[in-house]
Design a protein around this ligand. Structure first.
Ligand SMILES: Nc1ncnc2c1ncn2[C@@H]1O[C@H](COP(=O)(O)OP(=O)(O)OP(=O)(O)O)[C@@H](O)[C@H]1O
Length: 305
């Protein structure tokens, strides 16, 4: 796969700035790009979140876990403005997005990318055209040629072969669809990336590759990643911290060793269950340097000798 020369990339960014007649916005430098407090979401008589609080640190990959129906997706939708909560405050890049004026909200929206479950690609558009959708929405002044160039670059960045840019979603495998969805999520060079179960339905090798790509991008692009997942391997392999949803709140946030110290029954069942031990064991074998001294994980216990 060919990669874009860094000088070409700089030229591309300059082209975008000159065509949009403005400097790209300053990147967020505060500690928490997402701050949530007092969040309540209700559907009829069902209360999904009640006084939920969560701070996401800049530059981290935060895994978000919880049983089915605990409100992980509703939480993500609330942060990106697709779900209006009954109560609470959600600050993204220091701005209250619930109270934001439409103009202000649009400015914030262009600074995050979202990969929905299943990719959520437009089936009548090619991969390249799908990636161009947010570009057209937020930077309509860009020339079609430059948009195509950016789309090609994002497709390449997501690990798809160049020819995928002209394919329709129906012509792609499940893993390729996820990568195409990722390319679209990266279209606007986001600072924040939301991934909703990105490895669901992928074979273990495809899932591991997707995890690696996520980690690599987070590190090289300085992304903050909000990762909803049921995939224990992803939690061990790439997450800096994990937030646990239960009882309508975020009941704990921390590294996995920190969570293992807690005696909440769901946390113990989840992280000390046989599947978690197997995931931890395989992660320890794949990363022998990440032993107990580095991580605090008791790998003997984790291996379930
Ligand atoms: N638009 C809606 N209208 C009514 N109820 C909803 C709506 N969206 C979500 N819910 C309910 O909110 C609860 C939380 O849903 P959500 O999709 O956030 O769960 P989740 O934790 O992401 O689950 P899963 O792990 O199974 O994907 C569920 O009981 C769901 O039925």
């Amino acid at each position: 796969m060919s990669t874009m020369d860094p000088e070409d990339l700089e030229d591309l960014i300059e082209d975008i700035e000159s065509e949009t007649n403005e400097e790209m916005h300053d990147r967020f430098v505060g500690e928490y790009p997402i701050r949530i407090s007092g969040l309540t979401n209700r559907f009829g008589t069902q209360t999904v979140h009640d006084d939920l609080a969560l701070d996401v640190r800049r530059g981290e990959i935060l895994g978000v876990v919880g049983g089915s129906g605990t409100g992980k997706s509703v939480l993500m939708r609330s942060i990106i403005g697709l779900q209006r909560p009954q109560e609470g405050c959600i600050e993204v890049f220091g701005r209250d997005i619930i109270a934001a004026e439409p103009d202000e909200e649009i400015g914030v929206r262009s600074r995050w990318g979202v990969l929905f479950q299943g990719g959520a690609l437009f089936s009548t558009l090619t991969v390249g055209e799908n990636v161009m959708v947010p570009l057209k929405q937020f930077y309509p002044e860009l020339s079609p040629e430059l948009m195509r160039e950016i789309a090609r670059y994002k497709v390449q960045l997501s690990g798809l072969p160049e020819e995928a840019v002209n394919k329709y979603p129906s012509e792609l495998s499940g893993g390729m669809k996820k990568r195409a969805g990722l390319a679209r999520a990266l279209a606007l060079d986001p600072e924040l990336l939301f991934l909703d179960e990105p490895t669901a339905g992928l074979d273990p090798i495809g899932a591991a590759k997707f995890d690696e790509l996520t980690r690599e991008m987070a590190d090289t692009m300085g992304l903050t990643v909000f990762l909803i997942t049921h995939d224990l391997d992803s939690l061990y392999a790439i997450c800096d911290r994990v937030a646990v949803l239960a009882d309508r709140q975020v009941i704990a946030v921390g590294t996995i060793p920190e969570l293992l110290e807690m005696d909440h029954p769901w946390i113990q069942e989840y992280f000390n269950g046989p599947r978690s031990r197997a995931a931890m064991d395989s992660h320890s074998r794949a990363n022998p340097r990440a032993d107990a001294a580095d991580t605090g994980i008791d790998s003997t216990r984790a291996g379930g000798a």
